[in-house]
Write a protein that binds this ligand. Structure first.
Ligand code: BG6
Length: 482
């Protein structure tokens, strides 16, 4: 549905996220008719650029991240006409804010203005204070905070406190782009619109859950950010725990933001705490060494970085949600860079039959929910091998590709989420309490990792041997190892 004209201000406008994700997402929304005439995208950063120079950068980025067939020159020009630039150090109170204030001088007060902070989280508090001091925080204003919010529990609390001084919780959108992925939203449909699954969604029927977000890329140009973050802060604390909440939560009373957040928060609170003594057993910390990707040699993490580092590029861990529904079902979470494939998926492994009348029944049923690359759902069921003799069973798959089923382009997660911030719908965002509960749970791991160092794994493999050993000890295997 089309929206009323709005203003979208992006702090950190010259950065990677803006170029790679935000501008392409806004362009697609424009193309689909969701950016009304008069809507404006205002990039802001310290670099001294003017509108024309920023539009050039935006044009280059769109050329890079959108297929030429989808970039009609006339549409591109019309979109770029909606893009502006203000040169400003938003974290500085004594910066010259006049150009930013001028942007809003004639804007009607009810017009939605979104401030998207694609900057380092340390700046969030200062930027919000300055926006408020400059009189730019109207009731129709919203602020979007990129993850990670802080680098530990303490800093997350501080950021939430300071942003909370200037924006009400209903105006704050903590973005986690995994929640905007179509298949993550589809998980809610799968569970609560299909009793055939929800009736089996508990520890009676399910023996384990795996959630993997594997990437082939290394850290490349993002080393300055990544080396202070690492996989636990970059992926597990937010994306994977959020996905886990949607897998594990109870049916919410409705799809209203409040109802869904209450259920997600209950999951985070029910997580079995990890004690310092547990960390060595239930968490694997890895860092890629040189290896091979697609037959080509690639350098290790510290070689790319140019200095020594204890930052992890791989994490695998075993969590439990201590609730009536889940009992002690293990949730194995795993994420890493320089792994063999780019794949994000949830794998639900069901229990084996109590007794087998077949000679070789070996594989349990498995439901694979693919977030990417090819969004879909796969259910493996044991079937008779069509040989004329005997009764030999083999797994066969029911495989749904959403793109084929619906025959349309799958929008990027940011497209949905950016428009939700304009609409004011926060169901796919993180509440303060969730962010802090997630940090509370990972904090003992961060503390334990102040000592020791990650285990190396060869680039192009599925992480350190210890990740496999952790599942071996439970008599299980990672999905890719099957
Ligand atoms: C981001 C992380 O949040 O997610 C990146 O900061 C990571 O390190 C990216 O590459 C992965 O997102 P996606 O959508 O490609 O799985």
């Amino acid at each position: 549905t089309p929206l009323e004209p709005f203003d979208y201000v992006v702090f950190g406008a010259t950065g990677d996220l803006t170029m790679r994700k935000l501008l392409p997402a806004l362009y697609w929304r424009y193309r689909d008719g969701q950016m009304p005439k008069g809507a404006r995208v205002i990039g802001t950063a310290r670099s001294a650029l003017d509108d024309a120079a920023f539009r050039d950068r935006a044009r280059d980025a769109l050329g890079k991240f959108i297929k030429p067939a989808d970039l009609d020159p006339a549409q591109l020009a019309e979109f770029l006409d909606m893009v502006f630039y203000v040169s400003l150090d938003g974290a500085k109170a004594d910066a010259d804010w006049s150009a930013m204030k001028a942007v809003f001088a004639d804007a009607p007060p009810e017009r939605v203005r979104v401030f998207y902070l694609a900057t380092s989280p340390e700046l969030y508090g200062d930027i919000c204070r300055n926006l408020s001091d400059q009189g730019l925080v109207t009731p129709a204003a919203r602020v979007v905070l990129e993850k990670p919010i802080g680098h530990d529990l303490e800093s997350a609390r501080q950021i939430n406190d300071s942003v909370g001084q200037y924006f009400a919780e209903t105006q704050i959108f903590r973005i986690d782009h995994y929640l905007g992925k179509e298949t993550v939203q589809n998980l809610i449909a799968l569970r609560f619109a299909n009793p055939v699954f929800e009736r089996l969604w508990d520890s009676d029927a399910i023996s384990s859950v795996q959630i993997t977000a594997a990437e082939t890329v290394g850290v490349e140009s993002r080393a300055a950010y990544y080396d202070h973050s690492g996989a636990l802060r970059d992926m597990i604390q937010n994306h994977l725990l959020q996905v886990m909440c949607l897998v594990a939560m109870e049916p919410p009373a409705s799809l209203a933001s409040e109802d869904v957040h209450i259920e997600k928060l209950k999951v985070l609170h029910a997580l079995k705490p990890i004690t310092p003594g547990d960390v060595g057993q239930v968490v694997v910390r890895g860092q890629y060494a040189s290896g091979e990707m697609d037959g080509k040699p690639v350098p290790g993490y510290v070689e790319e970085l140019g200095h020594d580092s204890n930052t992890e590029t791989f994490v695998a861990l075993r969590a439990e949600v201590h609730s009536w529904r889940w009992g002690s079902v293990p949730f194995y979470l795993r994420s890493g860079k320089r792994l063999p494939n780019k794949v994000s998926e949830i794998v639900i492994t069901f229990r084996r039959p109590p007794w087998s009348i077949f000679p070789n029944l070996s594989e349990p049923n498995k439901l694979v929910i693919r977030l990417q690359p090819e969004e879909g759902i796969e259910l493996s069921i044991m079937s008779k091998d069509p040989t004329p003799d005997g009764m030999t069973l083999r797994p066969a798959d029911i495989d749904i590709s959403f793109e084929k089923a619906f025959g349309r382009r799958y929008p990027d997660a940011y497209e949905r989420l950016l428009m939700d911030t304009v609409r004011g719908d926060s169901v796919l965002f993180m509440r303060r309490a969730e962010v802090e509960a997630a940090w509370t749970w990972v904090q003992p791991i961060l503390d334990a990792w102040k000592h020791g160092s990650p285990k190396p794994y060869k680039a192009g493999t599925w992480g350190p041997e210890a990740a496999r050993a952790m599942l071996d000890a439970d008599n299980r295997r990672w999905h890719e190892d099957m």
